[in-house]
Design a protein around this ligand. Structure first.
Ligand SMILES: Nc1ncnc2c1ncn2[C@@H]1O[C@H](COP(=O)(O)OP(=O)(O)OP(=O)(O)O)[C@@H](O)[C@H]1O
Length: 718
């Protein structure tokens, strides 16, 4: 049972709150003074000693505190100052999102007066900014999971703080299960050593090691190592502490009271039929009627953000010159990191920033200058139907916890305002918290990782919220068919082990592993990189015909995968000729121009180029053969068939298709290059459900290849 939450009051808290916009002008000494003062004014500052006591007395602690109270930035520093990272151990803090891990680490490094990467660092996929002197390390929860593959006891950490646990990402949930086991194992190893030391002293001999309980059998033997106990802290502003407390056997929960600055919440009188239009109107209302301060708008995805960006720019042109001082910044997860970071940089005085963001900016981040938040109340969330094997992204209402986090972004540097684009009674109807992602996603990736860590019994694994049995079974089946698991449901060697090393969806990992056998790894690398980003082609409504003609220059009669390769290679060729002697900024500029002329989404292409170089590094490290199949694209298509056989479909009458694995009737999406030709048999990567079930990213294959290249599935079917 949970012990009743202790209310730690923040005592007298006086915000020093002057709203300052351009901090670059302040010299570094007074900036440090300001930061020091700011730290003292945070609600968490007055309870530092009591919090440290709580951590000392409890191996697991749940901390709930209002947004902006200082949990993420201050607690790790308190722990460091109290000596929790003595002996060279690390205080690790996980975040669900990369951008939060990076920006918070930078902020804390600044507060400590050190370079990021020294005492304070961060580590995210493909980017490690830490050193041997790092003692406070921010990272994504997914990254810590990957670390556990190499160091199952997470032995370098003395404390692990799981921040923003309310988000319940699939990585957070798996991490909690893993940490629970690691903590038990470490404290047992520690007690065992203590025990043995005292018995040795008494009897002069070692006693037999006690057996690990079933729950931790996946952790390898301690091999005589002595690990210090691990402190675990679970943290959030909007956490149902009871669930976590119960999961951790009645762990102590404390509440930090007091928020930094007030945020006024406004609702609409009526439901808005078009939330994008309502957001647009609100942006301009704030711009024309409210005082200084930047605006943060929460939208659901890249396409929506880019369309609002265009509309704001169009409307701005219609305003008188002196009212046009508005600068727009998009931020979404597939945007390259340095472009994401632009939203944090100061802008010219007298201008107002409008940041169009997905829920990437919802938790933990502080974007300097934000005073107004516009929240239409929606988010794009994953859903999964295990019976159909269908995973899709759908726009759904946010939860109350998310609404709270969003409004919290407005009160971080001074009082703020949050405009919810829905009536108050709609807010009351929202779910309290977000449904855990683990209950609504394809589990193949997670299961592959757990298997790689040696967790054999997935159904028996101690998840905080168990995914459905059918979802687990479906994913195990998929991994088996991909060759990642043996008949005994163990990770296969080498295929399964290789797949687990790649930070990709298992189907794509398999495609890369196979491509080295089919001698077309170069082509597959490009394909996987291009499939990892949102739409490469860009067709504005007013220039649809021009866009179609431009696309024809790249299109391949064999399908979309080859078409994507053609785009990538054309951009390569274009850059090869011109980039000699040019700096990165110039290169970006000419690439943007090329993209615009060819109706290619330059952000997506740049992201794909980034992903490409990152995965390339991985496959090189793994020793996979990086060859090109040259003109023999038949080889490449056969490899696609061998990899994506679970997504194969055969033509029926009237030009519809039947998917082999699910029996669903699907149609080719109009954006596909095969929309008109409609070949007899295809493999596809994506199924989108609108008024019809459409498949996207398609290649023509020969039906007979399926039985030849995927007999484990197609021999069973016939
Ligand atoms: N990068 C930054 N730049 C400027 N100020 C910052 C930055 N990061 C944090 N702050 C300041 O520190 C305060 C505390 O931030 P912190 O992230 O520690 O709060 P929190 O309690 O973890 O909130 P949340 O739950 O919303 O993440 C913020 O309200 C803000 O005033």
């Amino acid at each position: 049972m949970a012990q009743g939450g202790l209310n730690i009051s923040s005592g007298s808290h006086r915000p020093n709150g002057k709203f300052s916009k351009d901090s670059t002008k302040v010299d570094s000494f007074s900036r440090r003074q300001k930061i020091l003062q700011h730290r003292k004014s945070l609600p968490i500052a007055s309870v530092e000693r009591r919090l440290i006591e709580e951590v000392r007395n409890n191996d697991i602690l749940i901390i709930v505190g209002e947004t902006g109270s200082g949990k993420t930035t201050q607690l790790p520093q308190f722990l460091f100052n109290a000596g929790f990272s003595r002996d060279g151990t690390i205080i690790g803090v996980t975040q669900p999102r990369r951008v939060a891990a990076v920006t918070v680490a930078k902020r804390v490094a600044e507060e400590c007066g050190v370079e990021v990467g020294q005492k304070v660092g961060y580590s995210i996929r493909f980017e490690d900014v830490t050193s041997s002197s790092t003692r406070i390390k921010y990272m994504t929860d997914g990254l810590l999971l990957r670390e556990a593959l190499l160091d199952p006891y997470l032995s370098r950490y003395s404390v692990i703080i799981v921040d923003e646990a309310h988000e319940r990402t699939v990585h957070t949930d798996v991490l909690l299960g893993l940490l629970k086991n690691v903590q038990i194992a470490r404290s047992k190893s520690f007690n065992y050593h203590l025990d043995n030391e005292s018995k040795k002293a008494k009897n002069g001999m070692l006693v037999e090691k006690e057996k690990d309980p079933q729950s931790i059998s996946f952790l390898k033997e301690c091999q005589g190592k002595k690990f210090p106990p691990l402190k675990l802290i679970i943290m959030s502003a909007s956490l149902d502490a009871r669930i976590f407390s119960e999961y951790f056997g009645g762990a102590r929960a404390v509440h930090i009271q007091g928020r930094q600055f007030p945020v006024d919440i406004f609702y609409t009188y009526h439901a808005e039929p078009d939330y994008l239009d309502a957001a647009l109107i609100t942006i301009f209302q704030i711009h024309m009627e409210e005082g200084p301060g930047d605006i943060l708008v929460f939208l659901t995805g890249q396409e929506e953000i880019e369309s609002v960006e265009r509309l704001v720019k169009e409307r701005l042109q219609k305003l008188p010159e002196n009212n046009r001082k508005l600068v727009i910044f998009p931020i979404f997860s597939s945007l390259p990191s340095e472009q994401q970071m632009r939203v944090f940089a100061p802008i010219q005085a007298g201008f107002r920033k409008v940041i169009l963001a997905t829920n990437i900016a919802e938790t933990s981040v502080t974007i300097p200058g934000i005073k107004y938040v516009i929240d239409p109340g929606f988010v794009k969330a994953r859903t999964y139907d295990p019976n159909k094997g269908l995973e899709s992204l759908v726009v759904v209402p946010i939860s109350k916890a998310q609404a709270l986090q969003r409004s919290g972004r407005a009160g971080r540097e001074g009082p703020g305002k949050c405009f919810r684009l829905y009536p108050e009674f709609e807010f009351e109807k929202l779910e309290d918290s977000t449904k855990p992602e683990i209950k609504r996603c394809n589990l193949s990736n997670v299961i592959l990782q757990l298997k790689a860590m040696g967790v054999d019994d997935i159904i028996g694994f101690d998840f905080i919220d168990k995914p459905s049995r059918s979802a687990i079974v479906k994913s195990l089946e998929q991994l088996y068919l991909l060759g990642a698991l043996t008949d005994e449901c163990k990770l296969s060697d080498p295929v399964g082990c290789q797949m687990a090393r790649l930070p990709l969806d298992p189907v794509y990992s398999k495609a890369l592993v196979l491509a080295s056998e089919f001698k077309c790894l170069e082509e597959m690398l490009i394909t996987v990189a291009m499939l990892s980003v949102e739409s490469i082609f860009y067709a504005p409504r007013e220039k649809l015909e021009e866009a179609r003609t431009a696309m024809k220059c790249f299109s391949s009669p064999e399908g979309d995968h080859q078409t994507l390769i053609n785009v990538y290679r054309a951009s390569d060729e274009f850059l090869e000729k011109r980039k000699l002697g040019l700096g990165q900024e110039k290169i970006d500029k000419i690439l943007r121009k090329w993209c615009k002329e060819n109706f290619i989404n330059s952000r997506s292409l740049r992201h794909a180029r980034d992903v490409h170089s990152q995965i390339r590094e991985h496959v090189e490290q793994m020793g996979l053969r990086l060859e090109s199949c040259g003109d023999d694209m038949l080889q490449f298509r056969r490899c696609l068939a061998a990899s994506f056989f679970l997504n194969a479909a055969i033509k029926q009458h009237e030009g519809t298709y039947r998917a082999f694995s699910t029996g669903q009737v699907v149609q080719i999406h109009p954006s596909s290059v095969l929309f008109r030709t409609k070949p007899d048999c295809i493999v596809f990567n994506e199924l989108v459900q609108t008024n019809h079930k459409y498949v996207r990213n398609i290649t023509r294959i020969d039906y007979l290849w399926l039985t030849e290249l995927a007999p484990q599935y197609y021999a069973m079917q016939s």
